[in-house]
Design a protein around this ligand. Structure first.
Ligand code: 3EB
Length: 318
C-alpha cells in the first residue's frame, strides 16, 4: 500500500501546525514529548545542534489524525499511519527499555498498526555503567527481552537509531503502519542481530534500512549508520576515514534497496566531537551530486571508538 507519508527538514520551528497528522522532532529544546493541536506529536529528545540552531525534522501525512495519550505513550493516529512516543526516566535502563517496547507495541497492536517502519532511541550516559555492563548493552538486553515476550522476530524489526545524549530520560518513538515495510540489509555489514556476543550479551535488533512505498514514490528510511564493516569498527580515531566508510555503507544500502530510489532528501549527522563538523561537512559536500539537507547534532555513538554516525531518508522532496 502507498503510504501518504512525507518528510523534510525545516530550517526553524514553523509558526503553523501541519495540515495533516505529523511528527516533529526538535533539538535545542528542554527534553519532553507533547501533543500539539489536533494531530501533532512533538518530540524533543534532548539533542543539541552543532551548527545552526532550530532545524526541525518533520514527518507528515496527507490527512488529519487524532492525538491521544495512554500512560507513558503519546500518539497520533491517522487512518494509514501511527506516530507514537514513549518518554520516562532512564534508570534502571534495562527495565525501562523493556517497558517502553512493551507499552509501544501494546498500543500500536491494539490500534491495528502492528508494524513499526522506523524507531528512534535516545538516552543519557550511553557508555556509563549498568551493573557491570555498558548502558548501551543494558538497553539491548531490555529491548531483546521485550521483543521475545512480544514474539517479534529479530529480523522483523525496522530501521532504527540508538544514540547517547546529555539529557536525562529515555525516549523511544516510532512510525507504525498496518503492513510491514521491507527490511534492507547491507552486504558490507553483518546484520545487527548476528553481531558476535562480545558487543552485547543480547544482540541489537534493527534493520539497516526500511523501504516503503508512498504516494509520492518509494522511500528508504536509513538507520543510524556508522563506520562498521562486517561487525567491526573501522578507522579508530580517524573521523574523515570513518565518514568515508559511512558513505560507502549508505551507497551500498541505496544500491541494494533499488536504483529507482531518489537520493537522500536529508541526513542527520551525529558527532561525538562537535569540532569535527567542518571536516565531515567537506566530505559530505564532495560526495553528493544533489546535496541533501543536513542536521548536525552532538551525539554519542554506541561504540566508544566511533566518532560519527549518519541517519536519514531517501525521498522525493517536491
Ligand atoms: C551499529 O551499526 C551502530 O541499537 O538500535 C545504529 C543504529 C546502532 C541502531 C540500535 C545501533 C542501533 O551497530 C549502532
Amino acid at each position: 500500500m502507498a503510504l501518504p507519508l512525507r518528510t523534510r527538514l525545516l530550517p526553524e520551528w514553523p509558526s503553523e501546525a501541519a495540515t495533516g497528522a505529523s511528527l516533529r522532532v526538535r533539538a535545542d529544546h528542554p527534553p519532553g514529548v507533547e501533543l500539539s493541536g489536533d494531530h501533532g506529536l512533538v518530540v524533543s529528545p534532548g539533542l543539541q545542534s552543532v551548527a545552526g540552531h532550530g532545524v526541525v525534522e518533520e514527518w507528515s501525512c496527507d490527512g488529519p489524525g487524532r492525538a491521544a495519550r495512554e500512560g507513558a505513550v503519546h500518539l497520533v493516529e491517522h487512518p494509514d499511519l501511527l506516530f507514537a512516543a514513549w518518554h520516562r526516566p532512564d534508570d534502571p535502563l534495562e527495565d525501562h527499555t523493556r517497558q517502553a517496547y512493551a507499552d509501544l507495541f501494546r498500543v500500536i497492536r491494539a490500534r491495528g498498526f502492528p508494524y513499526p517502519i522506523r524507531i528512534w532511541n535516545y538516552f543519557s550516559r550511553i557508555h556509563g555503567d549498568a551493573c557491570g555492563l555498558e548502558r548501551y548493552q543494558a538497553f539491548c538486553i531490555g529491548r531483546a527481552r521485550a521483543l521475545e515476550e512480544l514474539e517479534v522476530p529479530e529480523d522483523g524489526m525496522p530501521a532504527a537509531t540508538a544514540i547517547g545524549t546529555r539529557a536525562p530520560g529515555l525516549f523511544v518513538y516510532l512510525i507504525a503502519a498496518r503492513e510491514p515495510g521491507m527490511a534492507v540489509e547491507n552486504p558490507r555489514q553483518v546484520s545487527s542481530y548476528r553481531y558476535p556476543a562480545h558487543y552485547s550479551p543480547e544482540s541489537p535488533a534493527f534493520a539497516r534500512a526500511t523501504r516503503i512505498d508512498t504516494a509520492i514514490g518509494p522511500q528508504l528510511l536509513l538507520s543510524g549508520t556508522a563506520s562498521i564493516t562486517g561487525h567491526q569498527s573501522r578507522h579508530i580515531g580517524d573521523c574523515a576515514a570513518q565518514t568515508r566508510e559511512i558513505l560507502a555503507n549508505l551507497d551500498a544500502l541505496h544500491a541494494t534497496a533499488g536504483n529507482d530510489l531518489p537520493p537522500p532528501a536529508w541526513l542527520r549527522v551525529y558527532l561525538r566531537r562537535p569540532e569535527d563538523q567542518p571536516l565531515v561537512a567537506r566530505i559530505l559536500a564532495g560526495h553528493y551530486r544533489q546535496p541533501p539537507a543536513l542536521h548536525w547534532v552532538r551525539g554519542d555513538v554506541c561504540r566508544e571508538e566511533l566518532l560519527v554516525e549518519i541517519e536519514g531518508v531517501h525521498a522525493r522532496t517536491a
